[in-house]
Design a protein around this ligand. Structure first.
Ligand code: BT5
Length: 248
């Protein structure tokens, strides 16, 4: 028994020992599921991130997806990623791990990635039908050799293993708290908290399809775009890209 105290998020939890991807599964069933259903798996054979990049998901990590059905406009989906990131940071704090958010969807500890978030939605021009919020958090799982210099896990940071159920329970509670704020229209509170926990006011390199761009990350706007201050003082808004903190 998980004994969750939440009303909406995690009302139903579907567990797999092994699955291709919890996000893929959640998207498939989303139309006929109630809001709040969580898909969770011990391992994913084909976990993925943005642009379908491979997400390593060995046993010992927290790999989960939440089905959400907010009555909102598609431009608000970025805030769902943001509230997911805040919930993860607060969960880590409860276990004594200090983490920061790197726009748009990474959670870092000592500048190493501990968690990635992926929101996938089905929507029309005006209306969101459903959003699948995928969270991949390295807990007790090994980190693959090729990611060791850029990634970490809770057990590596703390030097002890924490039962996944404990992390899961708090994460679900924090997700519910922030999702309720979102549903109440308290966007300002979400954006403010996000800014408080994010890596801002420093030089970054953003890799976009149309090329690289460097500048100082100042913040985010209402839609979730990153505001970058370029060398010449101009400001540029970036809606899609990868931020790199380490560069020459
Ligand atoms: C993300 O993508 O960071 C979003 C990852 C979302 C994963 C969850 S797990 C549950 C749900 N089901 C899924 O199939 N997905 C979601 P992105 O920003 O594109 O970052 C991907 C990059 O992170 C990869 O190219 C690797 O460099 C790195 N990476 C892969 N596995 C990692 C891991 N376990 N820990 C840290 N970094 C990893």
């Amino acid at each position: 028994m998980l004994g969750l105290n939440t009303k909406r998020i995690g009302r139903k939890v579907i567990y797999f020992q092994e699955i291709d991807s919890t996000n893929e599964y959640a998207k498939k069933i989303a139309l006929h599921e109630d809001e709040g259903t969580i898909i969770i798996a011990d391992t994913q054979k084909r976990g993925y991130g943005r642009k379908f990049r491979t997400w390593e998901s060995p046993k010992g990590g927290l790999w989960m997806s939440v089905i959400l059905k907010p009555k909102t406009a598609p431009e608000n989906i970025a805030k769902i990623i943001f509230l997911g990131a805040i919930a993860v940071v607060e969960t880590l704090e409860r276990f004594g791990v200090e983490a920061r958010i790197k726009w748009p969807n990474d959670i870092l500890v000592n500048e190493k990635k501990i968690c990635g978030i992926l929101a996938e939605g089905s929507f029309s021009e005006k209306e969101v039908y459903h959003v699948t919020l995928g969270i991949g958090l390295n807990v007790n799982n090994p980190i693959p050799e090729e990611l060791l210099s850029t990634s970490t896990s809770i057990s590596k940071v703390l030097g002890v293993q924490i039962p996944i159920e404990e992390i899961f329970k708090i994460l679900v509670e924090r997700l519910e708290y922030w999702y309720e704020e979102f549903l109440r229209g308290n966007d300002g509170k979400i954006l403010q908290k996000w800014r408080e926990k994010a890596i801002l006011n420093r030089e970054v390199k953003v890799i976009r399809e149309e090329g690289e761009i460097r500048g100082k990350a100042l913040g985010i706007d209402e839609r979730g775009a990153l505001i970058l201050e370029l060398k010449d003082g101009r400001k540029e808004k970036i809606l899609y890209g990868d931020v790199s903190l380490r560069f020459e």
